[in-house]
Design a protein around this ligand. Structure first.
Ligand SMILES: [Zn+2]
Length: 836
């Protein structure tokens, strides 16, 4: 550390980027630009050195300036302000420049530094940046917040056999010894999380589409594979780009358009303007790729291209609105891509992808609003979860139905134009849309976006028609949700869909005159309505009896989702639910519905049926599943049935059949069982304590050809041991963070140690798992706390287990709110099942 002769007291801003720091800086700093250069050696162990000049004006020259940089000792080589050495101070995550060194205009801070590697993803032969949400300051000093957009100029010096790519177009290229120096055009104003570059041994493919040149950087060695995918990948980018230019009436504003295919990239894609990064495996598909994989690829490309407008051109003010750019990118991508896949039932796909998972959180005591508070960007990771990924798309579709597609498009055009190259909040958009709406969108948005939970909606059949009565499950709030529903009603033979806008406390169904008194009213019939639906008795028994007879697969899917919620709320007996589901599987031929129903059956079977009920229903269940395996027309449906069978089999005959299959003494025609399937069978046989379980595990261990899968299996094996002491020791070992590094391995072991068949012996692990959660959050990946709690609790349904969780929450008065929510979400089924 150098230059520490300041008189400022040795306190400073909190680590990370707090909302108050970001707000203050956004109000004072203007005309920001960065001139950056990095020298990147080939060997990942050698440091990357950097030089930068930060230029800006400021309205605040009375207080010290806070820059963000996570520096290790010696990383900061020199800092000068206006050409003179700075008397700066270093605190965790920040460099503090004294106020007296600042001017209101033309400030230039020049810094020589060693770049931190944490966000530079350095591999042998290549590296790439990934700065979202606020990881740029781990590599270089900057204002690391989304609402200080800046122009970036970049120069890279890399080994001469490397390629390099950045946001801007290449303007200069010269060889310097065994290195090459490349300069890039200054960018449009962009935030730090979108600034990016990649360098390494890449091959470059180039293509022209409608006068625009596109480049694809990749490391694929299979030339045939590249050739097979090449045209489609360029076409998909070009058609997405043209669609968006037309929809938004704003041309693409970031100059050139490159994309980089990165092996084992952290996400599906990242929308850096001018240089999108993708996970290579989801773009270059194998010959065996399924229609779903083609659909997913097209969706990913359209999603990232949509971000060029939604997120890149107009950026959220703060990461609490990160959901907004994601939901728009998904929404637009569906519009671009779906028409090209006419064989897929997109409405059913939307229903089964989003509703069950959104409800799984929104029905619990741990739910939260779509728009959450975020005090510090260090916590940005905790915003992500089902509410953002699954509820937000449902709410966005509601918004389009309320406004109509034309008005929504018109509003979005105004929003993009008004805020281009700037930042905006969700409320800024709502203000614009309000001018196009007949309904007050501010209060609509308040209920759907800024408050947690879902409406309770009761159906009533009265006189010759029906009605809906809505209430707030938190009565002190008395919220009212306005929404569009496609209500299915009538009789089995003669039913019709009635578009209905639900608002206020009571909405009467406006039946067409030719429809008599309804035998049922299904508000979710068109797959649109969202809420906790409390069905009238006639509708409920109608569904239990006739659900499979509905012609439209979307109606069947939506009815199953509704019945499952009814079961959780104890308005349908679990045994009745399972019986109805097994009956339906005889005739259900839509793969998406089969998957949905089998998932429900599995959970009901293990968690909501009593031991006796389970014994009674097992033979019938296994017979339905084995018939399903035989009858299935596609290998994916066969695999779905088989994995449901493997997971729920309990009868001696059924278990013996599973063992025969695992021993390769029996074949399932049309189903190829690969190494991971055999491993799962071995674990499922072991958890059932079949005779010789230990030798089955040993034999399975010997079968592995793939060393990674073998290592994972060996890690999980002790959690399946017949010996309680071995299982105790395995669980104890998780206290050491080193043993939790491979999170998917840990989760698989936890699921088996807490398997319903062993729940009584594993109840004692619940308390220590809760005790560990704070540390799990500190040391693990962003999704690990939720998955840790899910794996811990999903096998339990006893009153004692529920009591352990309740007592923990009651005792921990100052427990972090976000973790309390995670526990309440994970414990929801346990709480419900234990009350039966
Ligand atoms: Zn995205």
């Amino acid at each position: 550390m150098s230059g520490c002769h300041s008189n400022t007291p040795p306190s400073g801003p909190e680590p990370g980027i707090s909302l108050s720091l970001a707000t203050k800086r956004a109000q004072s700093i203007e005309s920001l630009s960065y001139e950056l250069s990095f020298t990147i050696p080939a060997a990942p162990a050698e440091p990357i050195t950097g030089h930068e000049v930060i230029r800006f004006s400021t309205k605040n020259v009375t207080e010290p300036l806070v820059l963000d940089f996570t520096a290790a000792a010696g990383d900061l080589k020199s800092v000068t302000v206006a050409g003179r050495p700075s008397q700066y101070r270093l605190v965790p995550d920040h460099i503090i420049i004294p106020a007296k060194e600042l001017a209101s205009e033309d400030n230039a801070i020049e810094i020589n530094f060693r770049a931190g590697d944490a966000s530079l993803n350095r591999n042998t032969d290549f590296m790439y940046t990934l700065f979202v949400p606020a990881r740029a300051h781990l590599a270089f000093p900057c204002f690391d917040q989304p609402n200080l957009k800046a122009r970036f100029s970049l120069e890279l010096t890399v080994p001469k056999e490397w390629q390099a790519v950045a946001n801007g177009a290449e303007t200069f290229h010269e060889a310097v010894g065994d290195q090459v120096r490349v300069r890039y055009a200054e960018t449009q104003p962009i935030p730090t999380y979108l600034f990016a570059f990649a360098a390494g041994k890449f091959q470059v493919e180039t293509a022209e589409r409608n006068g625009r040149w596109y480049r694809m950087f990749h490391r694929e060695t299979d030339a045939k594979k590249v050739e097979r995918n090449r045209k489609a990948v360029f076409d998909l980018h070009a058609s997405s780009l043209e669609w968006l230019e037309q929809y938004t009436a704003i041309p693409y504003r970031f100059g050139k358009f490159d994309f980089v295919l990165i092996p084992s990239f952290q996400f599906g894609g990242m929308e850096h303007p001018g240089a999108i990064f993708y996970n290579a495996a989801s773009i270059l598909l194998d010959e065996s790729a399924t229609e779903n994989q083609f659909l997913n690829r097209a969706t990913t490309i359209a999603h990232e291209t949509s971000h060029m407008w939604f997120g890149d051109l107009v950026t959220m003010q703060w990461f609490n609105d990160v959901w907004m750019k994601e939901v728009f990118a998904n929404f637009i991508a569906a519009k671009i891509v779906n028409p090209a896949f006419p064989n897929v039932n997109h409405d059913l796909r939307f229903l089964v992808s989003y509703y069950p998972t959104a409800y799984a959180v929104d029905r619990t005591g741990g739910t939260h609003p779509i728009r959450q508070e975020l005090g510090n960007l260090n916590d940005a990771g905790t915003l992500y979860g089902n509410i953002i990924y699954d509820k937000a798309p449902i709410v966005m579709r509601q918004l389009e139905r309320l406004l109509g597609p034309e008005k929504l498009q018109a509003g979005l055009r105004v929003y993009l134009k008004e805020y281009q190259f700037g930042n905006a909040t969700w409320l800024d958009l709502i203000k614009i849309l309000n001018e196009h709406a007949t309904l007050d969108l501010t209060s609509w948005s308040h209920a759907w976006v800024e408050e947690a939970g879902r409406p309770s909606i009761r159906t009533v059949i009265e006189g010759q028609t029906g009605a809906f009565v809505q209430s707030d499950p938190q009565p002190q709030r008395s919220l009212q949700w306005t929404q569009q529903m496609d209500v299915l009603t009538g009789s089995l033979r003669d039913n019709t869909s009635v578009p209905t806008e639900l608002h206020g406390e009571r909405t009467v169904l406006n039946l067409p005159p030719n429809i008599g008194k309804p035998e049922f009213i299904l508000p979710t019939g068109g797959g649109l309505a969202y809420g906790d639906f409390i069905l009238d008795d006639a509708t409920r028994s109608f569904l239990l009896q006739h659900l499979p007879e509905f012609k439209d697969p979307l109606t069947r899917g939506a009815a199953w989702v509704t019945l499952w919620e009814e079961m959780l709320e104890r308005r349908v007996q679990p045994a009745n639910f399972v019986s109805a589901a097994l009956k339906a599987l005889d005739t259900e031929d839509t793969e998406q519905n089969i998957q949905l129903v089998l998932g429900y059956v599995d959970e009901a079977f293990w968690i909501f049926l009593s031991d006796n009920q389970r014994k009674d229903i097992a033979p019938k269940l296994e017979q339905v599943l084995r018939t399903g395996i035989d009858r299935a027309k596609t290998s994916t449906t066969k695999a779905t049935y088989f994995s449901a069978f493997r997971s729920t089999v309990t009868s001696p005959d059924g278990v013996a059949f599973l063992e025969h299959v695992w021993r390769r003494q029996e074949n399932i025609p049309g189903l190829k069982l690969a190494e991971p399937d055999e491993a799962a069978m071995a674990l499922d046989l072991a958890v059932r304590s079949v005779p010789g379980a230990a030798s089955i595990l040993e034999e399975q261990r010997g079968r592995f050809m793939n060393p990674d899968r073998k290592a994972r299996f060996e890690f999980v094996m002790p959690a399946l041991s017949e010996n309680q002491g071995t299982r105790d020791a395995w669980f104890e070992s998780l206290r050491d963070v080193k043993n939790r590094r491979r999170e998917p391995w840990v989760l698989e072991g936890l699921q088996y140690i807490h398997h319903p068949l062993r729940a009584a012996q594993s109840e004692k692990y619940i308390q220590p798992s809760l005790d560990l959660l704070v540390e799990i959050q500190r040391t693990g990946d962003i999704f690990f706390p939720t998955r840790w709690m899910d794996a811990t609790l999903s096998g339990h349904n006893s009153a004692a287990a529920a009591e352990t969780v309740r007592k923990f929450l009651a005792d921990q008065k100052d427990y972090p709110l976000r973790l309390r929510r995670i526990i309440l979400q994970a414990a929801d089924d346990l709480f419900r099942a234990s009350q039966r």
